[in-house]
Design a protein around this ligand. Structure first.
Ligand code: HEC
Length: 222
């Protein structure tokens, strides 16, 4: 299993997407979640905006970890991470708009990051690829439909740990006493320790809405 985790500074997984479409049948009040193949031409814009912004978020996550830990040490940094004040990117004209940035994981630290049904489906899909000894998909896309609401698109990318993450996500025994105490105080039900480097630890998830149609063009008649 180790061999499939590349040791990248940014700790992203870069593998081809898993092809295929599957639809989950929802209960009547649940949102309808549909998998969309990342190579489907109808999602070109969503995919492009998703990938571009996931790259930005990933870089920001890494540099925030590095800068905050260097400036304050890991125990103090714990109260600040990750990207709590990161501004939602402004879309260019005619581009999809990012509405939510989240880091769901199967091993929850902050209960606010707990996966919802759609997140869980994405996390489970990645986990089952890994369990089968396959490379995880580099990108997953879902269309989420709710009655009388615009379609929510979700783009997920798996992220992995590197050594810089282990001060706060490594084995319990390897954490400094100050970090352990701070974790107990802030996150008494923390499950996000026990990782080693190059291990899958969650996803960067963006929610997007498609570009709104521009204002109507009025042609003045002479
Ligand atoms: C200085 C401590 C610290 C370091 C170093 C750190 N994290 Fe975290 N991590 C946290 C905290 C605190 C949270 C909870 C975030 C929140 O409250 O939203 C968290 C949460 C997460 C989560 C979501 C899990 C959850 O349920 O909240 C992921 C994924 C994650 N970190 C990945 C990483 C990665 C990847 C790295 C290395 C690049 C890293 N972390 C480095 C402190 C740290």
């Amino acid at each position: 299993m180790k061999a499939i985790f590349p040791s990248l500074a940014v700790a992203f997984f870069c593998f081809p997407g898993v092809p295929g479409l599957a639809t989950e049948t929802p209960a009547p009040t649940e949102p309808k979640i549909t998998w969309v193949d990342a190579t489907d031409p109808t999602v070109t814009d969503i995919r492009a905006a998703g990938e571009r912004n996931i790259e930005r978020v990933g870089r920001a996550l890494i540099s925030e970890v590095d800068q905050t830990v260097a400036a304050r040490g890991p125990a103090e940094a714990l109260a600040v991470l990750h990207l709590k004040n990161f501004p939602l990117p402004k879309p260019g004209p005619g581009q999809p708009r990012v509405t939510i940035i989240k880091f769901p994981s199967l091993r929850v630290r902050n209960p606010d990051n707990r996966p919802d049904a759609a997140d869980q489906a994405a996390l489970d899909r990645i986990q089952s690829e890994l369990d089968a000894g396959n490379a995880p998909p580099s990108l997953l896309i879902q269309r989420i439909e709710r009655p009388s609401a615009p379609v929510e698109w979700r783009v997920y990318r798996p992220i992995g740990t590197s050594n810089r993450c282990l001060a706060c996500h490594g084995d319990q025994d390897s954490l400094s006493p100050a970090v352990r105490a701070e974790l107990d105080r802030l996150y008494p039900h923390d499950q996000a320790t026990g990782y080693s480097a190059q291990q899958w630890c969650g996803v960067i998830r963006l929610s997007l809405v498609a570009a709104e149609p521009g204002p109507p063009v009025h042609i003045r008649k002479p």
